[in-house]
Design a protein around this ligand. Sequence first.
Ligand code: NDP
Length: 253
Amino acid sequence: MTESKIALVTGGSRGLGRDMAINLALKGIDVVITYHTNKPAAEEVVTEIEKLGRSGKAFQLDSSDVKTFEGFFAQLSTYLKEEKGVETFDFLINNAGTGIYTPFLETSEEQFDEMANIHLKGVYFLSQKAVPLLSDGGRIINISSGLARFSFPNSSAYAAMKGGVEVFTRYLAKELGPRRITANVVAPGAIATDFGGGQTRDNEQRRNLISSVTALGRVGEAEDIGGVVAFLCTEDARWINGQRIEVSGGIFL
Ligand code: NDP
């Protein structure tokens, strides 16, 4: 039997999800991460979690493919029972995602569907399938984006889905309240990861532009985000519900 709380972080192999997993472990939480194709990176994160004295586990998941979710949760359930001695987990962090930068007039139906599947439909149905395995008093944290509040060229399809996730989160908070499950959004500003081809990390012009419209005068790093998600999984955050927390250094204030 384990007494630690358990978190599930989708897309925990790289970028923001990796930092969330490590910060959760630092708070004494056991962590299950998912990866899409990058198993070695996921295993490296599991090793980091274990070095912090917590248990870690990585499962493959395509969070844009709803029909695979039942199989994924069957695997997770077996893991929880057989290796953790529990039936449920405590925190669901819907983080996995990809980005495209395409002008509205050039966005194809395929690109729109790709964004819808990973950022909205996937999050909706992954949450639906997760809730029976989530403990009463558990937490759901959905990762949105600053782009759902302000407009930046070439992100219309992506940002529209993140806007949908923000509305969805308020419904989750309302409908899961009777089970004391909270649901909140963390909306990062532009963060220097592999996301969107690594443009915020590698494109100097983009970095300068973002820095110039950010009160704290720089682009974000993954390490600016994970601790906020981990905080939302602590007892101190128990009364935060149905909220959107932007973590952007104050962009476009
Ligand atoms: P990264 O590209 O660094 O990491 C993406 C993660 O998602 C990886 O773990 C990847 O797995 C996983 N992933 C990608 N595609 C799929 C899929 N189809 N199914 C399951 N998992 C998948 O991105 P970030 O860490 O930057 O982004 C994480 C989240 O934060 C996303 O939801 C993004 O929209 C959001 N966000 C990012 C911002 C930024 O500027 N970086 C700003 C605001 C929000 P694998 O390693 O196997 O490929």
